[in-house]
Design a protein around this ligand. Structure first.
Ligand code: ADP
Ligand code: MG
Length: 306
């Protein structure tokens, strides 16, 4: 049975870095995305949750079992981690790597499992190649396959889609989603781009300098972000010092403020809200949406969803 992963009062430091996370948990069946700039401590936190790093202070529990201080096997056998460096055995074949954590006894069931997964992962042509010959994207798909095949109760993924082209990324996301909803596992996923977390995370935890600075559902983070990076994380946004905004916009129901900054996402701004005599500058096309850029006589720049 999948169970809750949680941590209490974590503290861990490196020379000029301090991770400090008071209380944190990921329930069974929940997907938590860890988001934050490079160096904010995402991998360190994930390593602690996985038992690969023992924190200076604090505890990690998987269900009612505490990660031991001096672990023989780090973490818990039901927790599987996909690291940024993949961690495969370079001289073993794709097939052997795939089966490494599968815990399957008979050769016949091995063949069946390999056949299913190799197709899903789109690795069939490389089945009997050594892992060291694979591209970054292939290694990443293999790593994900290795993890899922072992049927973990908690899955920790460190930037799992970073080497994948959009088509493979979509495919892996779908496989992961289907697997997750069937297994009810807890998933903690480090992502670089908030848009990767939007679609399917239940919660987004935003990290900065070793702390979680904001946490919420994707909708909350989009509609009322608490930090400037999240206000700007979704592309163009109308942003002015609050004292420069007229009253009707200042109290717009969809606007939000962070400190003295006022924000309104482009889809909520109408042409009639623009300052008088604003000029159309250009339209930005971004796949499925266009954003119009307008400039007012006093040179302020405004964004409207076209
Ligand atoms: P992220 O995954 O968010 O990019 P990391 O958790 O990898 O961040 O790193 C956070 C900080 O800790 C960085 O400043 C990094 O240089 C430092 N750090 C990480 N691991 C080690 C280590 N083993 N020894 C020394 N410093 C480390
Ligand atoms: Mg990292």
């Amino acid at each position: 049975m999948p169970v809750r992963l949680r941590s209490v009062n974590l503290i861990h430091g490196f020379e000029r870095f301090l991770l400090s996370i008071p209380n944190w948990s990921c329930n069974s069946g929940e997907i938590v995305a860890l988001l934050g700039p490079s160096g904010s401590g995402k991998s360190t936190f994930l390593n602690i949750l996985g038992g690969r790093v023992v924190p200076e202070e604090g505890k990690v529990w998987y269900g009612n079992k505490l990660h031991a201080k001096v672990p023989l096997v780090p973490g818990h056998y039901r927790i599987r981690m996909v690291r940024q460096d993949f961690g495969q055995m370079p001289y073993k074949t794709v097939r052997d790597n795939l089966l490494e954590f599968a815990g399957i006894r008979s050769e016949m069931s091995e063949d069946r499992v390999v056949k299913k997964w190799i197709k899903d992962l789109n690795l069939a042509p490389s089945l009997n190649e050594k892992a060291r010959g694979l591209s970054g994207g292939e290694l990443q798909r293999l790593a994900l396959g290795q993890a899922l095949i072992s049927r973990p109760g908690a899955l920790l993924l460190d930037e799992p889609f970073s080497h994948l082209d959009p088509a493979h990324k979509r495919r892996m996301q779908d496989i992961l989603k289907i697997w997750q909803s069937k297994s009810g596992a807890s998933v903690v996923m480090v992502v670089h781009d908030v848009r990767d977390a939007m679609e399917w995370a239940d919660r987004i935890d935003v990290m900065q300098d070793g702390s979680i600075v904001e946490s919420g559902t994707p909708q909350q983070i989009y509609q009322t972000p608490q930090t400037l990076p999240m206000a700007h994380a979704f592309g163009r946004v109308n942003n002015f010092p609050i004292n420069e905004v007229n009253d009707s916009l200042k109290f717009h129901s969809q606007s939000f403020t962070i400190g003295k900054n006022w924000f309104l996402r482009p889809e909520y701004l109408r042409k009639k809200d623009l300052p008088l005599n604003s000029k159309f500058i250009e339209s930005e096309f971004n796949g499925n949406i266009s954003t119009e850029i307008w400039q007012s006589p006093d040179n302020s720049v405004w964004y409207i969803r076209a």
